[in-house]
Design a protein around this ligand. Structure first.
Ligand code: NAP
Length: 262
C-alpha cells in the first residue's frame, strides 16, 4: 500500500502556519495528500495552501482556529465535513522558559491546554473514523524535553512528557486496528519556537533542519513508536532513561538555565 493509500486522501496538520507544521504540510503534499491546515494565522495558512495547490496539484482547506478555545474540535470537524482524514499531525504547541513561580499562571494553563488538552481532543475527533476504516495514522509531536523533568521549562517539559506517553499508549491500543501512531521527539530545531519560548540559541550540536526532521518522522510512521532525530539528542534521551530522574533534572536544569533570555 502506498503512503497515500495508507494515510490519505486528507491529512489534518495542527500548527501548519509555521515551523514543523508547515514542513509537514509540504512533505505530505509532495506525497500526494490533500491538506487541512489549522492554526490561528489565517493569512499564512491561505498562502501555504496556494503554494501546495500550485506546486503539487493537491487540494487544501485552511481552517483558522485557536486550539485553546472551547468548542474548537466541533468547529474543525464541521469545517472538514465529509473529507476522509487518514492522518492527523498533532503538532501545534508552544513553550516558555523561566522560573515556575515567576510565570503567569494563566499562560502556563494555556500551554497545558494547547500542548495536552487540544492534542487529546484532536485525537478523539479523527482517530475513530480511521479505526472504522482499518487504516490511518497520527504523529504526536513530543520533544527531547519529554524524557526528563525540565527545570526552568517545567510546565513545557511536563506537557511534552504527556504527549509522548499519550502517543505511545495509543500506538499500543490501536495496533492491530490498522492505525499507526508515531511520537516525534525533536531536539533544537530551526523554527519560531525559540523566539516564542524565549530560549537563546543556537545550542551545542546545532539546530536541526525542520524539513529533515519531518521527512524522517513520516518515513518512520508505522515502523517505530517514537523517534528522536539526531545522534546527540538520541544519546541524551537514552541517558535520561538509564540514569536517575533526579540526575536528569539536575543536568537539564543547568543547561536550560544557561539558555534563558534575560
Ligand atoms: N523547534 C524546536 O526546537 C522543537 C523541539 C521539540 C519539540 N518541538 C515541538 O514542535 C511543535 C511545533 O513547534 P515549532 O517548533 O514548529 O514552533 P513554531 O514555529 O512556533 O510553530 C508553532 C505552531 O503552533 C501554532 N499555534 C500556536 N498556538 C496555537 C493556538 N493557540 N492554536 C492553534 N495553533 C497554535 C502556531 O500557529 P499560529 O501562531 O498561527 O496559531 C504555529 O503554526 C510544538 O509542539 C513544539 O513543542 C519543537
Amino acid at each position: 500500500m502506498s503512503f497515500r493509500e495508507k494515510y490519505g486522501p486528507w491529512a489534518v496538520v495542527s500548527g501548519a502556519s509555521a515551523g514543523l507544521g508547515a514542513c509537514f504540510a509540504r512533505d505530505l503534499a509532495a506525497r500526494g495528500l490533500n491538506l487541512v491546515l489549522v492554526a490561528r494565522r489565517a493569512d499564512r495558512l491561505e498562502e501555504l495552501g496556494r503554494e501546495l495547490e500550485a506546486g503539487f496539484g493537491v487540494e487544501t482547506l485552511a481552517v483558522p482556529l485557536d486550539l485553546c478555545q472551547d468548542g474548537f474540535a466541533g468547529r474543525l470537524v464541521e469545517a472538514v465535513g465529509g473529507r476522509e482524514v487518514g492522518l492527523l499531525i498533532n503538532n501545534a504547541g508552544f513553550g516558555a522558559t523561566g522560573g515556575f513561580l515567576e510565570a503567569d499562571p494563566a499562560w502556563n494553563a494555556r500551554m497545558v491546554r494547547l500542548n495536552c488538552e487540544a492534542t487529546v481532543l484532536l485525537a478523539h475527533a479523527f482517530l475513530p473514523a480511521m479505526v472504522d476504516r482499518g487504516r490511518g495514522g497520527m504523529v504526536m509531536v513530543g520533544s527531547t524535553a519529554s524524557f526528563q523533568p525540565c527545570p526552568w521549562m517545567a510546565v513545557y517539559g511536563a506537557t511534552k512528557a504527556f504527549d509522548l506517553m499519550l502517543g505511545e499508549a495509543l500506538d499500543e491500543e490501536l495496533r492491530g486496528q490498522g492505525v499507526d501512531v508515531l511520537s516525534l521527539c525533536p531536539g533544537h530545531t530551526d523554527t519560531e519556537f525559540h523566539q516564542v519560548a524565549g530560549v537563546k540559541g543556537p545550542v551545542a550540536g546545532g539546530s536541526a533542519d525542520p524539513a529533515v526532521v519531518v521527512k524522517g518522522a513520516l518515513d518512520r510512521l508505522g515502523r517505530k513508536q517514537h523517534w528522536v532525530p539526531g545522534l546527540l539528542n538520541k544519546l541524551m534521551s537514552l541517558g535520561a532513561r538509564f540514569g536517575t530522574r533526579r540526575m536528569g533534572a539536575s543536568l537539564t536544569g543547568k543547561m536550560l538555565k544557561s539558555r534563558m533570555v534575560g
